[in-house]
Design a protein around this ligand. Structure first.
Ligand SMILES: [Zn+2]
Ligand SMILES: [Zn+2]
Length: 345
């Protein structure tokens, strides 16, 4: 089959690779109808911090059609249209059964496309382990694009907001207005935020956040502007959706006394300088977590179906999988209004 494979820093190449095969009775094979690039794929693009491996398929967000199932797959049927969960649980332990796959007792959730141990989905087909649990039919009333946003970005944005303790009347700041940050702006309003500040370097992204009803700010002036707008109280809740040292530190600065900072970007810096005294002085809560995608589907699917959340509106480009190298470059450089790239094999 054809796939996008990681061949080294800034080398995501379209080429021929082995077809996926069933390796357990609980597996299924899905033929992709569309797949997307996630901000976290850029960590691999810049030289993977996750493994030394090369030549494996990348990507963890996809929708497609079941083309083959193992003998023990009960729920999914050949021909069914499904959405994947970006993170993979065993589906059998107590934590998975409660939907909390990030804490799967068989070693935590795995993710597609980080090494050849679990091939990614920016490909014509993929093997889904414990398929009954790690894929789900696209819900009635939802488009394929909406299903694709439910594979990772929307649940991750939602986790970020829940972990930030967003609720009625809160002042919220979202840092980083990529697709996940913009989804967090929309979710914060649905969860009752009184005011949302949206912070990003890119003017075009700030404009989109403004269109969603947020007060858009440049990171350089966010501190003064939020202080002025809140009478010095700053933010009750901060969602950090970048994962860079500087943006996590900014998030800790922008939180007020007793505030909560929730990080959902991937940071792999072992030497991160956490401003402990400031966090202590302000009695901050800091949370960081990987999303248990399936856990949030029962809450998010009705919100999308009812038109309260519109995650598909952050799709900026539709390309063929063969144009994958360009899609990565656009995601990386943020040129041409790049937000969410959707690719079709
Ligand atoms: Zn992702
Ligand atoms: Zn498990």
């Amino acid at each position: 089959m054809k796939a996008l494979c990681y061949q080294g820093p800034k080398r995501i190449e379209y080429g021929q690779t082995a077809d996926p095969v069933l390796s357990a009775d609980t597996d299924a094979i899905v033929a992709m109808t569309s797949c997307a690039i996630c901000g976290s794929d850029l960590h691999i693009y810049h030289g993977s911090p996750f493994s030394q491996d090369t030549g494996y398929c990348v990507g963890h967000e996809a929708v497609g059609e079941i083309v083959e199932v193992g003998k023990a797959v009960r729920r999914l049927k050949v021909g069914e249209k499904v959405m994947l969960s970006a993170a993979v649980g065993c589906g059998q332990c107590v934590r998975c059964l409660a939907g909390d796959i990030a804490r799967c007792e068989r070693g935590g959730a795995q993710c597609y496309g980080l090494s050849s141990a679990l091939q990614g989905c920016q490909a014509e087909a993929i093997r889904i382990p414990f398929a009954d649990f790690n894929a789900s039919p696209i819900p009635d009333g939802l488009s394929e694009d909406q299903g694709l946003m439910l594979t990772d970005n929307l649940p991750t944005a939602y986790l970020g907001c829940r972990n930030a303790d967003i609720g009625p009347g809160k002042t919220v700041t979202v840092i980083g207005l990529g697709p996940i940050g913009l989804m967090a702006v929309e979710i914060a309003q649905v969860l009752g935020a009184a005011r949302v500040f949206a912070v990003d370097l890119v003017p075009g992204r700030r404009e989109i956040a403004k269109g969603l009803g947020a007060t858009a700010l440049d990171p350089a002036t966010a501190m003064q502007e939020i202080a002025a707008a809140t009478g010095g109280r700053m933010s009750d809740c901060v969602v950090e959706a970048v994962g860079a040292d500087a943006t996590i530190q900014l998030g800790l600065m922008l939180a007020g006394r007793g505030g909560t900072v929730s990080a959902i970007g991937v940071n792999t810096n072992m030497d991160f300088r956490f401003p402990m005294a400031m966090a202590f002085g302000k009695s901050l809560t800091f949370r960081i977590a990987l999303c248990s995608v399936q856990m949030y589907w029962p809450e998010l699917i009705p919100l999308v179906r009812a038109g309260r959340l519109h995650p598909e509106r952050f799709i900026s480009h539709r390309l063929s999988l063969s144009e994958g190298a360009r899609a990565y470059e656009l995601t990386d450089t943020k040129k041409d209004g790049a937000l969410k790239m959707v690719m079709t094999p």
